[in-house]
Design a protein around this ligand. Structure first.
Ligand SMILES: [Zn+2]
Length: 177
């Protein structure tokens, strides 16, 4: 598993190439920017939100937006960390992990939005869902999928693994323990 800081560095490094995918694949600068932004969103909407303790993403929000919003962000993702085992395919598999995280935001976010609207206006409304076929939303999502795919690769590659022993030694130790 690569550390949170390495994940952030990796995401920053690929943001421009991923932006170019949107630029050439979509309709020029707006789609390119949306794609790069989606990739950078991966720093905050990280697959590692599946851990129960404070992650790099939560630490960043805490630092940038302050204690109050940081605490809300942490609380919002706490059930996600509780439900999904760390580095399970539900959070880390490319595409699937991204889609489940988006659905989680809409599930829990939708309930909270409904309750908030109910408290203020006396009747609940559903959280408006972006039109994913709109080019900007579509390329943002593609950018996020790229960031999550890189995260997965970095977690899987032995190069970044934070272990004292290389993977083959740990396999031998497991076998002959
Ligand atoms: Zn991870």
């Amino acid at each position: 598993m690569a550390s949170g800081i390495n994940h952030i560095k990796g995401t920053l490094l690929i943001a421009i190439p991923v932006g170019l995918v949107g630029f050439f694949g979509g309709g020029g600068i707006p789609d390119g920017l949306a794609c790069a932004l989606g990739c950078l969103s991966g720093i905050i909407l990280s697959p590692d939100l599946d851990v129960e303790h404070r992650t790099e993403s939560e630490y960043l929000i805490y630092r940038v937006l302050g204690k109050f919003l940081g605490a809300i962000w942490f609380a919002f993702w706490w059930p996600y960390g509780k439900m999904i085992p760390h580095r399970s395919p539900l959070s880390h598999a490319p595409i699937l992990g991204t889609i489940i995280r988006i659905l989680y935001i809409y599930g829990l976010g939708g309930i909270l939005w409904f309750a908030f609207a109910w408290a203020i206006t006396g009747h609940g409304t559903w959280l408006p869902m972006p039109n994913w076929l709109h080019p900007l939303a579509f390329w943002w999502l593609i950018g996020l999928i790229f960031a999550d795919a890189l995260h997965y690769i970095m977690d899987v590659l032995p190069f970044w693994k934070q272990h004292r022993y290389p993977w083959w030694m740990r396999t031998l130790r497991k076998l002959f323990r």
